[in-house]
Design a protein around this ligand. Structure first.
Ligand SMILES: Cc1cc2nc3c(=O)[nH]c(=O)nc-3n(C[C@H](O)[C@H](O)[C@H](O)COP(=O)(O)O)c2cc1C
Length: 726
């Protein structure tokens, strides 16, 4: 175990010394007494007898500091609860006053005169004090060296000792070499903050569809409750309130997607907090029509405008601390982006232009995209970040998609939300995913994205099951509102040339699948493709995905609508079977399978089960860390953000059971693993579902965690059949 530092091995060794060959360990679950077939029937992973070990006393990820009682506890704590906002704020303030908080401009150039804010800068300008307190470099090379580019973090880089020379860096040089696109420009952000952005196409399309105008009633903060009658006639007041908050933004603290890429998370949140929080919220009275339909109310534009303008004026600018540089292997995405940018340099003028008459409403005018046979990495909030997608690209993914971004947050110019739209130059077939509750917000968002970003398609999430989204009338809530669904798809598709795709679940309520009855319409409303996750909202992740139903929908779909199946694909055989069973499917989307074993894409392409070694898995993690440091930064903050996301990922990756350890292959997603030893210490460590052990792995990649370090995974990934996120 070359890469395992001695102290970590020492900790792990005490719990994993040798695998008892002759005597299988005690097994209270009866795993050793049952045949592999019996275990499979009970959804227990049939791990070979000789690798079984006694289960640890407790298996919770959050409370239990280590998976084995013999294991020495690491210094880091594994917390049960998140820090409060106040606590975070206090910590941020303390950090800001520290000499370790060197001004990024000065760190980058090594020149104390480089910062134009001079005395007004909120960062330290004392290079000497910074150098005196800076912790020793981390092991390994600066990630930017490999990218053949100057490190933009300069003196602050945790690998600064490996910099070739510390000559000043020209900013223009950094920008030219940037390997990421789809950043939010300050000009656009300001227009959005001040509510001065015009959405000529979107507004015209929404109007032409009859989704704006006198029918749109507004009511300010009505607090009387109204129940809703669901589509199936059931009373569904608990799950779906008829009155919805028009603002479908998600609070920064709760939003599953807000841990920002490319910008500093804390700063992003801070920026949001500095806004006099949220515009005045308007509640609308959604009047259900005879069909149980549909929201016909929106906020009053004028009221909204003035509220937002006021707010925007108080917003502080987000410091841009993320110049991204790396060698461009794939220049095409960037070329496209640069061409587009130069054609759009007069954006500010653009937004004041006359209404565009060339509205593209007919689906035939849409740009083409062909998903057939392509390996599609699903959008994955938090964990499907840009560095993870880069890893999947190197392992064979063809199509990638950004994490879900909330329309209202994008329209408010929130930097953390815009960070979710970023695209790496290796992502050659790339879409972004948005989520909104109303045709106008969605249409405006797609117009903005088409203008500002380089994407191949825009996916609308109509399957998200999480409460904070559903409660705002978005995500899977829309499955109960076909007319609103229609309005959103038509408005989005009519506004942009880019293909619009939608992602749905089978229905909202368990046992009440609906998509088959809508599939033909979804095509005629203007969607290019629909991905069907074979579970209902109510079902979340319980039971296996209903592929028979997905096939049924695929057969009913018009030829112009590509249908993508989604659910439980975890081996190349799963992939083959789905495709053979239903040739009507264009392709399948892979989510948790990729999180648990990103080499699944390679397995499908090479049609084999890959008995990957622990060292190969560690190398994949190292690659991720390099990409993460490039993306989030190689300074202290970047390192800790990268660590945070490594830990989030490890909370899924630990579910992988090596091929060579199984009596029956391939592993299935719904199998619960018994406690087992790996074939070496590292493999055993990687199988641990303890957060303390994930922290140990992170220390092998990024050095010791800081004092007082805490981690609790965002997604309860080890709750095998419980709700996750999507
Ligand atoms: C951690 C996590 C995050 C997810 N985030 C999203 C998301 O942002 N957008 C989305 O449409 N689906 C999301 N999903 C759902 C997946 O894309 C996918 O539909 C679902 O997991 C079923 O596929 P699977 O069985 O291959 O995992 C998420 C799933 C997980 C596990």
């Amino acid at each position: 175990m070359d890469d395992c530092p001695k102290d970590i091995c020492a900790v792990t060794d005490s719990s994993t010394e040798g695998v008892p060959a002759s005597q299988p360990p005690l097994d209270p679950n009866g795993t050793t007494q049952r045949s592999p077939e019996e275990l499979v029937a009970r959804a227990i992973a049939p791990v070979k007898r000789e690798f079984l070990r006694p289960p640890p006393s407790s298996r919770t990820t959050q409370n239990n500091p280590a998976s084995d009682t013999n294991v020495k506890q690491p210094q880091a704590n594994v917390v049960q609860e998140k820090k409060s906002k106040r606590q975070l704020k206090r910590e941020r303030r303390q950090e800001q006053n520290s000499p370790l908080n060197l001004c990024p401009e000065i760190a980058k150039t090594g020149d104390v005169n480089a910062c134009s804010y001079k005395d007004k800068c909120r960062f330290s300008h004392d290079i000497e004090a910074f150098m005196a307190q800076k912790p020793a470099d981390l092991e390994g090379d600066c990630p930017f060296i490999k990218a053949d580019a100057p490190c933009p973090y300069g003196l602050a880089c945790r690998f600064a000792g490996t910099h070739k020379d510390n000559a000043p860096i020209a900013t223009s040089n950094l920008l030219k070499k940037s390997s990421e696109v789809n950043g939010l420009s300050k000009d656009v952000q300001k227009l959005l903050w001040k509510n001065k952005m015009r959405f000529t196409k979107a507004d015209a399309v929404v109007k032409s569809l009859g989704l704006a105008g006198p029918n749109w009633k507004v009511k300010k903060l009505v607090d009387k409750e109204e129940d809703e009658v669901g589509l199936d006639g059931s009373h569904a007041a608990d799950e779906t309130n008829c009155k919805k908050v028009v603002d479908d933004s998600v609070d920064c603290s709760e939003c599953p997607s807000t841990f920002p890429a490319a910008v500093n998370a804390e700063e992003a949140c801070e920026t949001d907090e500095l806004r006099p929080l949220k515009k005045a919220k308007l509640l609308v009275d959604e009047k259900c029509s005879d069909e149980g339909e549909d929201a016909t109310v929106l906020e009053n534009d004028n009221e909204k405008n003035s509220a937002e303008t006021e707010l925007a004026d108080n917003v502080l600018a987000e410091p841009d601390r993320s110049p991204k540089i790396c060698n461009l292997k794939d220049a095409t995405v960037l070329e496209k982006y640069n061409e587009k940018k130069s054609a759009e340099t007069e954006l500010a003028d653009d937004v004041h232009a006359e209404p565009d008459k060339s509205l593209k409403i007919h689906p035939r005018e849409k740009m083409l995209i062909d998903f057939r046979e392509k390996l599609y990495l699903a959008p994955l909030t938090t964990v499907g970040n840009l560095p993870f997608r880069r890893v999947c690209k190197t392992l064979g993914a063809d199509v990638t998609c950004g994490e879900m971004a909330m329309c209202t947050n994008l329209l408010q110019g929130q930097a953390s939300e815009w960070a979710l739209l970023r695209r790496h130059s290796s992502e050659d077939l790339f879409g972004v995913q948005i989520c909104g509750a109303y045709p106008d917000t969605v249409a405006r968002t797609v117009e903005l994205i088409e203008k500002e970003c380089t994407v191949d398609f825009i996916d609308i999430n109509m399957g998200c099951p999480i409460d904070i989204v559903v409660d705002k009338g978005a995500g899977s809530f829309l499955l109960t509102k076909p007319l609103r669904m229609k309005g959103i798809i038509q408005a989005a598709s009519g506004t942009v040339d880019k293909p619009i795709t939608v992602k749905v679940r089978t229905g909202y309520f368990g046992g009440k699948n609906r998509i088959d009855s809508l599939i033909a319409d979804i095509g005629s409303w203007g969607a290019t493709a629909v991905t069907i996750h074979g579970r209902s909202r109510q079902q979340r992740y319980s039971k296996l995905a209903d592929w028979d139903y997905i096939y049924q929908c695929a057969r009913k779909a018009p030829s112009t609508l590509q249908v993508l199946g989604n659910g439980d694909i975890f081996s190349y055989l799963d992939w083959n079977n789905r495709k053979t069973d239903s040739p009507e499917l264009s392709t399948c989307m892979i989510a948790r399978g990729a999180l648990i074993k990103p080499w699944l894409f390679t397995e499908i392409k090479e049609q084999r089960h890959w008995d990957i070694s622990s060292q190969e898995r560690l190398n994949i993690l190292k690659e991720y860390v390099r990409f993460g440091l490039e993306h989030w930064g190689s300074d202290k903050k970047g390192v800790e953000t990268t660590r945070h996301f490594v830990l989030e990922w490890l909370s899924y990756a630990c579910r992988y059971i090596p091929v060579g350890l199984l009596d029956v292959i391939p592993q299935r997603l719904n199998w619960r693993p018994p406690s087992y030893y790996g074939r070496d210490d590292l493999e055993t460590l990687m199988a641990s579902d303890s957060a303390a052990d994930w922290i140990r792995i992170s220390e092998m990649l990024l050095g010791k965690v800081p004092d007082g370090f805490t981690f609790a995974p965002k997604h309860k990934s080890n709750a095998y059949d419980r709700a996750e996120n999507g």
